[in-house]
Design a protein around this ligand. Structure first.
Ligand SMILES: Cc1cc2nc3c(=O)[nH]c(=O)nc-3n(C[C@H](O)[C@H](O)[C@H](O)COP(=O)(O)OP(=O)(O)OC[C@H]3O[C@@H](n4cnc5c(N)ncnc54)[C@H](O)[C@@H]3O)c2cc1C
Ligand SMILES: NC(=O)c1ccc[n+]([C@@H]2O[C@H](COP(=O)([O-])OP(=O)(O)OC[C@H]3O[C@@H](n4cnc5c(N)ncnc54)[C@H](O)[C@@H]3O)[C@@H](O)[C@H]2O)c1
Length: 477
């Protein structure tokens, strides 16, 4: 059996694994990257990019229709075939040669096959040509991501439901689509497929976007309903059956929902199957618990980066962790000091309270940091200020009858912003200013001097500061 040694072995070439490799190579290490499917992972082929490509045309159409004068120029409807074709261009037709070229350009060695940890610093890869043993001189980074969590509902698996992988790569728009779940994926895909002409029914056990500020999910539910989506909140499915081209769901209240396809978007589970974690005494069914340098507790050579550690299931956060992990692995290998203190270069501190996320629904939801509720649960003396985005000149110019809302969560003790949420058309680009305010712990009295340009939606910052009721004119510097 062939055996090769590298400084670092990365298992999984998703957006996270690729970046761990790149960063470690910059630090002077030799790296092997093991991938069993497409280089680029979920984000490129079955998640972020194809889903946003399905969403964007509907957004663009609604944006034009929301401006008198421009609206008259929009006389047709979406062309679903062209939307799917444009989506295909973002996934390169599910061909990863471009990503392979990029990865190999970093200096990494790509090993195609399924990786399994077979001992300390040892990974065995099942390749088409048989098993290959890779030895890591310094570290192994597990970056294997997550897979859909299919709930245990009678008949569900036999009904051959779509997962997010099927829906983002769909080659046809179903006449009707039932969606199970009320989280980010369910809401985004409900919006996308409603735009594309499906009759959509969204079935959520609780409210929509339940981990965010309540007004976000309420606004999304309101707009989905206004666009003809059946939104069933507080309802679960107890039984599913497929007969021919129809899937029938029995809901907890006894009602029936019929659709041509059923999408299950009920969260994720760690992709740990067959990784050999039990050999190390780790729970093979759970996320891998790591410290802030992304190192697995109790194993000084093992790292878990990106979705697989369950800290924040987002591409940008996985890539942030990858920069820290690749850097710290190289530093430890070279015997250099590790800066793992809060906000140190080797610590993924932002994961704890400064994670930004944009939900590409109609309206968009953009949030960072803590909700008012989460701040309270952490014992922070927090207060929330809100402002109606429609009252901002930039928003009224952006779209007629603009509807939106913004809120800041303020740590009263520190006088800083610990969370922000914006809801409304095109609020995504408002988010990074909030992320900087949260990460930088910028005092409110200093934010008062950050003057938003007129007439932009960013003026909502000024209005939110005024809504605190504080007098920043007399505040200390
Ligand atoms: C529908 C949907 C939309 C999303 N949209 C967004 C968005 O807009 N923005 C955002 O930030 N996040 C979004 N996400 C989340 C985002 O997709 C993930 O956070 C991200 O893909 C995680 O990257 P990763 O590299 O950690 O894992 P993955 O992308 O899952 O990569 C893991 C890789 O490891 C490989 N692998 C697994 N096991 C092995 C093994 N044993 N051997 C070899 N290779 C292996 C897999 O084949 C895969 O290529 C979305 C998720 C979904 C489901
Ligand atoms: N724009 C983005 O950033 C984006 C888009 C999509 C997904 N993602 C990420 O991908 C991950 C997965 O997204 P997701 O929406 O699948 O997960 P999620 O955890 O956000 O939501 C899961 C939803 O499924 C519901 N649910 C769970 N079990 C259920 C059951 N048995 N029956 C009915 N409902 C059930 C939950 O109540 C919740 O509403 C998330 O962490 C998310 O952050 C990000």
């Amino acid at each position: 059996m062939e055996t090769t040694a590298f400084d670092l072995i990365v298992i999984g070439a998703g957006s996270t694994g690729e970046n761990v490799a790149d960063q470690a190579i910059h630090g002077g290490l030799s790296v092997a990257v093991v991938e069993s499917d497409l280089v680029g992972g979920d984000c490129s082929y079955w998640a972020c990019m194809p889903s946003k490509a399905l969403i964007r045309p509907g957004e663009a159409l609604r944006a034009a229709r929301a401006v008198k004068g421009a609206a008259a120029a929009v006389t047709g409807s979406l062309d679903p075939a062209a939307v799917l074709q444009r989506r295909d261009s973002f996934t390169s037709g599910w061909d990863d040669s471009g990503q392979v070229e990029w990865l190999e350009g970093t200096g990494a060695t790509l090993v195609r096959g399924t990786g399994r940890i077979t001992g300390e610093r040892e990974v065995t890869v099942e390749t088409d040509d048989g098993p290959v043993v890779l030895i890591a001189r310094h570290a192994v980074a597990v970056c294997t991501g997550t897979e859909p969590n299919i709930p245990d509902i009678e008949g569900l698996r036999d009904a051959r439901p779509w997962t997010t992988k099927d829906v983002t790569s769909a080659q046809q728009v179903p006449g009707s689509l039932a969606i199970l779940g009320g989280g980010v994926a369910a809401c985004e895909l409900a919006s996308a497929f409603a735009s594309l002409g499906s009759d959509v029914t969204l079935i959520a056990r609780h409210t929509l976007l339940g981990t965010m500020e309540a007004f976000a999910g309420e606004a999304v539910a309101r707009r989905l309903r206004a666009r003809g989506v059946q939104v069933r909140t507080g309802a679960g499915a107890t039984r599913v059956e497929r007969s021919g081209g129809t899937v029938t769901l029995t809901l907890s209240d006894g009602e029936l929902v019929e659709a041509a396809e059923l999408l299950v978007a009920t969260g994720r589970r760690p992709r740990t199957g067959g990784l050999g974690l039990d050999v190390l005494g780790l729970d093979a069914d759970d996320y891998l618990t790591v410290d802030d340098t992304l190192r697995v507790e109790g194993h000084d050579w093992l790292y878990a980066v990106g979705d697989i550690n369950g800290r924040a299931l987002l591409t940008h956060q996985g890539k942030y962790q990858a920069r820290a992990a690749g850097d710290v692995i190289a530093a430890r290998a070279a015997g250099q000091p590790v800066e793992d203190d809060t906000w140190g270069r080797h610590a993924a501190t932002a994961d704890h309270g400064a994670v930004p996320q944009v939900v590409f629904t109609d309206p968009q939801v953009a949030s960072v940091g803590l909700t008012g509720k989460a701040a309270g649960e952490r014992g922070i003396a927090a207060r929330t200020v809100e402002y109606d985005l429609a009252q901002v000149a930039g928003a009224s110019l952006h779209a007629d009858d603009y509807q939106g809302k913004a809120c800041l969560v303020i740590d009263e003790g520190k006088g800083t912003v610990v969370g922000a949420t914006f809801v409304g058309p095109d609020v995504a680009e408002l988010l990074h200013a909030a992320t900087i305010a949260v990460v930088g712990e910028v005092p409110l009295h200093r934010l008062w001097h950050a003057v938003p340009a007129y007439p932009t939606m960013s003026e909502v910052w000024l209005r939110l500061l005024e809504a605190t009721g504080d007098d920043f004119r007399t505040a200390r510097r």
